[in-house]
Design a binder for this molecule. Sequence first.
Ligand SMILES: [Zn+2]
Ligand SMILES: [Zn+2]
Length: 165
Amino acid sequence: MVLDAGSLQTILTYLTALFGAFLAGLWISLVFWTYRDVRSRTQDRLVQILAPLLVAVLSLPGVLIYMIMRPPMTIDEAYQHTLEEEALLSEVEARQACPGCGASTLPDWQVCPTCHTKLRKTCTNCGRLMELPWKICPYCGTLAPGMRTSGESTEGEMLAGRESL
Ligand SMILES: [Zn+2]
Ligand SMILES: [Zn+2]
């Protein structure tokens, strides 16, 4: 097959068109990517419009500028971050000072590891933690040992019930 000037011209035109289509596709996907990315990072309407516009005008260099300027965290990541910080804060708040030595203790500790002060007791029936002044387990209704606020019979029934287990 001999290539004359005419068919060479046709092939070149065809290749240029192909390349142009590729560039256009790339350009559109870059704008779309920026649009989706910026929406996941900010709720600012102006930024949501400006960022894809920047990429639409500048193309690849626009993407570079956008990636430098964009908010570092997505909204989801920022939300997770806030949750973690709040959990950390509430853990600090939940720490109580030991009445014996003043060391910070956690709400689910029974004994202070520093001075061995009893902080909480466990229910004799279900084993859940109870505050020391509590006379009755809030989870299963079992009276704490030595507490007879609602009469002998209740305690007796309870003991009988426990023995039969
Ligand atoms: Zn202590
Ligand atoms: Zn209980």
